[in-house]
Design a protein around this ligand. Structure first.
Ligand SMILES: Cc1cc2nc3c(=O)[nH]c(=O)nc-3n(C[C@H](O)[C@H](O)[C@H](O)COP(=O)(O)OP(=O)(O)OC[C@H]3O[C@@H](n4cnc5c(N)ncnc54)[C@H](O)[C@@H]3O)c2cc1C
Length: 367
């Protein structure tokens, strides 16, 4: 067929554009079909506008399906990914906790570099793909007013998290299983902290569930209906993956022993505001006293809104290490559309990049 494309990428987000960039570097000119008027919108809002694009501590255990992710991470090690970004033109910086940001500290740099890398790609925007059909040894990608025929098709539609467009019907239409979807990397819901909105605290916290226990130190930020901040975001993934609630035990003075706390404030409790924000100190004293500072227990569930990713998506058993479908040769699924979710800290974008590279290299090798 004369106008049959080598590869069509459905979704111009992080994974889709990176896939196109690699294909172009390998001499394949893809078509990107994007539902929105602009590509890469989520990249711009990621990391509070700074784009935490990877993490130096990346390992398979940072993801919900370590066995599936491991070979992809091995094939594209962290250092090589950073080198690849440099080759594209993006210089990065890594903070003390391994989080990688663009040197500019500006998410726009990541998108601009990707757009520069895909200048040669055919880009169709404002064009939501409705369906995808296997036809003549390739695929027909069906849009509102056009059908695009291609040898290979890459599904890179992301998820509904953060106001994204969910297009899992494209997977089920192609006969693939979609696992149940639950918002993750979000805040923890509880009504115990009403009135503390905007207050921050450096804490250590332990999350107990029937499926396991997770603990770490970090900053939390109270909301009217829950607890936010990186630590809460991180913990939310374990609740979301197991679709359960849990009990959070918060230590508001992780650098002090109980004895030290008693020695300092035992007979002058009114001065606890010298250790904690006054609103928080007053609340703890009102509800039970000094003991609550080291062990405040509260039931939490992951919020349904404000999530950064979705647990669930394309069932990984049906896809290979190169992100290719085991049902249809030449069909790929990358990024967050797959049932892969990473912890908070740059791991989700890291997955978007490496899964995109795996698919692009597989397509280029096969052509
Ligand atoms: C507020 C926020 C902050 C975040 N911060 C971070 C962070 O700092 N670090 C990190 O690692 N992760 C972060 N994430 C998560 C990260 O942004 C996503 O995991 C990542 O963008 C997934 O990339 P993707 O390409 O798979 O999907 P997306 O980036 O969502 O792209 C999918 C694209 O497909 C398009 N699309 C959908 N359906 C169709 C269709 N039918 N036809 C055509 N196009 C379609 C969409 O419009 C979209 O452009 C954040 C997420 C949010 C919401």
């Amino acid at each position: 067929m004369a106008d049959r494309k080598k590869c069509v990428i459905v979704g111009g987000g992080a994974a889709g554009i990176m896939c196109a960039a690699r294909l172009i570097a390998r001499g394949v000119k893809p078509v990107i079909v994007e539902a929105s008027a602009r590509v890469g919108k989520k990249i711009l809002v990621s990391g509070n506008g700074r784009c935490n694009l990877s993490n130096a501590n990346v390992s398979a255990e940072k993801y919900n399906a370590p066995k599936f992710v491991a070979p992809v991470l091995e094939r594209y090690p962290f250092k090589e990914l950073i080198e690849w970004w440099k080759r594209l033109g993006l210089i990065t910086r890594t903070d003390g906790e391994g989080r990688v940001y663009p040197h500019s500290n500006y998410a726009g740099s990541v998108l601009n570099i990707l757009l520069a890398a895909v200048r040669e790609a055919e880009m169709i925007t404002s064009c939501p793909v409705k369906d995808i059909k296997a036809a003549g040894g390739g695929f027909e990608v069906i849009c509102q007013n056009a059908i695009i025929s291609a040898e290979n098709a890459v599904l890179a539609c992301g998820s509904g998290a953060g106001g994204g467009r969910a297009s899992y019907n494209l997977l089920s239409g192609a006969g693939h299983t979609v696992t149940p979807l639950t918002p993750a990397v979000t805040y923890l819901v509880t009504d115990k902290f009403k009135g503390l909105k905007g207050v921050r605290a450096k804490v250590s916290a332990v999350l107990d569930t029937q499926f396991g226990t997770w603990s770490d130190r970090g900053e939390i930020l109270f909301k009217e209906d829950g607890v936010s901040g990186i630590l809460a975001f991180w913990l939310s993934s374990f609740l979301a993956r197991n679709r359960c609630s849990g009990t959070l035990s918060i230590d508001f003075a992780p650098d002090m022993t109980e004895e030290e706390l008693k020695r300092e404030y035992g007979d002058r409790r009114e001065l606890l505001c010298g250790l904690l924000h006054k609103a928080l100190a007053d609340k703890l004293l009102r509800e039970g006293g000094l003991e609550l500072v080291k062990n405040y227990r509260v039931k939490v569930t992951p919020a349904k809104t404000d999530s950064q990713v979705m647990c669930g998506g394309a069932a990984v058993e049906e896809w290979g290490e190169d992100m290719q479908s085991k049902l249809h040769k030449g069909l790929y699924c990358i990024g967050e559309m797959a049932d892969i979710d990473g912890e908070c800290g740059g791991y989700n974008l890291h997955w978007a990049w490496v899964s995109a590279l795996a698919a692009a290299d597989s397509i280029a090798d096969r052509l």
